[in-house]
Design a protein around this ligand. Structure first.
Ligand code: NAD
Ligand code: UDP
Length: 332
């Protein structure tokens, strides 16, 4: 196709988009949405916590390519947009090699920001509700500065993500890099790693297998669960909204549940015979978490649409149809 015809068929709207961590749970869904929209998508991942099966379907698309690379090392690409998702996200995964987790957040941020500066690309950081630590304010607005233990077992993740936010803001202020920051609250859905140790994947796996359901502590701690489709929609809206709105913006479902309530729902929807067992609450485990999403509503015209019942049922269905033995633990 001659270049001068591109504009006539709308190809000028096509962007070259890099998704780091693109083979992961959220990254692979984001890649699918971007490929379906016709963009040229480069997925970069080292498969630390993900499976090739997450992206195998995408390899048939002419507008998708995969690069096996570790984001702690520089990479030279020409792109218009970057979604920076590369980082282990489940506590069991990010505590497996905590020094590497901090390096991934910090050096990964430096590498994507350097690329964005050189290419004049827009870059979005997948930050986290963990920047609020064990919050003393409830629900958590973006203005809350958090209560993070800098020397605890979760610090590699929480502080790594906090430094990444700092780097994003400083590249923006000092070098005028076009940035976006989203703070993601607990998100679940099909393609979660069944052995990642997160609460939704643990409970569904245990319930399907009629194994004991492990409640850490007394199960009264709370989380607010967002379905992955709602989350990915918000990330895309954030990337594409007015460049003057850089965030940080909370993205999550404000409907809050205790962990015991979640367990009861999973048992109900799976028809499981599982009983509950209690295990110790992990150190620094936040006791409550609920996003204040007023800013996302105002700036992105976004709020979640999928309630927990529908999202859990879709996730359970997916778990029933996978071969769990195919999933492996994190590989260094
Ligand atoms: P995930 O573990 O499925 O995805 C992370 C991906 O990053 C994996 O494919 C992994 O192999 C890759 N990765 C890890 N280290 C890397 C490195 N050094 N170089 C290249 N690739 C690397 O987790 P997810 O739930 O899809 O999370 C995606 C992003 O969203 C993460 O940055 C996470 O911190 C953020 N987030 C997720 C949640 C959630 O509830 N799912 C909540 C808050 C923030
Ligand atoms: N949790 C639990 N049983 C499990 C796994 C997790 O009770 O088998 C609890 C955990 O202690 C925490 C909540 O569920 O209070 C959410 O844990 P997850 O690891 O999914 O996410 P995060 O703590 O990072 O929000």
């Amino acid at each position: 196709m001659p270049a001068y015809l591109w504009g006539e068929i709308g190809v000028s709207h096509i962007k070259r988009i890099l998704v780091t961590g693109g083979a992961g749970f959220l990254g692979s869904h984001l890649c699918e949405r971007l490929v379906e929209a016709g963009h040229d998508v480069i997925c970069l991942d080292n498969f630390f916590t993900s499976q090739k099966s997450n992206i195998v379907r995408l390899l048939d698309f002419h507008n998708f390519e995969f690069i096996r690379h570790d984001i702690t090392m520089p990479v030279w690409l020409e792109v218009d947009e970057i979604y920076n998702l590369a980082c282990p996200a489940a506590p069991g995964h990010y505590q497996y090699n905590p020094i590497k987790t901090t390096k991934t957040s910090v050096m990964g941020a430096i590498n994507v920001l350097g690329m964005a500066k050189r290419c004049r690309a827009r870059v979005l950081q997948a930050s986290t509700s963990e920047v609020y630590g064990d919050p003393e304010i409830h629900p958590q607005p973006e203005s809350y500065r958090g209560n993070v233990n800098p020397i605890g077992p979760r610090a590699c993740y929480d502080e790594g993500k906090r430094v990444a936010e700092t780097l994003f803001m400083d590249y923006h202020r000092s070098n005028r890099v076009a940035i976006k920051i989203v703070r993601i609250f607990n998100t679940y859905g099909p393609r979660m790693h069944p052995y990642d140790g997160r609460v939704v994947s643990n409970f569904i796996r245990q319930a399907i297998n009629n194994e004991p359901i492990t409640l850490y502590g007394d199960g009264s701690q709370t989380r607010s669960f967002c379905y992955r489709d709602d989350l990915v929609e918000a990330m895309i809206r954030m990337m594409n909204c007015d460049g003057s709105f850089i965030g940080p913006v909370n993205i999550g479902n404000p409907h809050e549940f205790t962990i015991r309530q979640l367990a009861e729902l999973v048992v109900k929807y799976t028809g499981s015979k599982s009983k509950f067992v209690h295990k110790p609450l992990p150190e620094d485990d936040p006791l409550q978490r609920q996003p204040d999403i007023a800013l996302a509503k105002e700036k992105l015209d976004w709020e979640p649409k999928v309630e927990l019942e529908a999202g859990l049922k879709a996730t359970i269905e997916w778990f029933r149809n996978i071969d769990m033995s195919h999933y492996r633990a994190p590989t260094p």
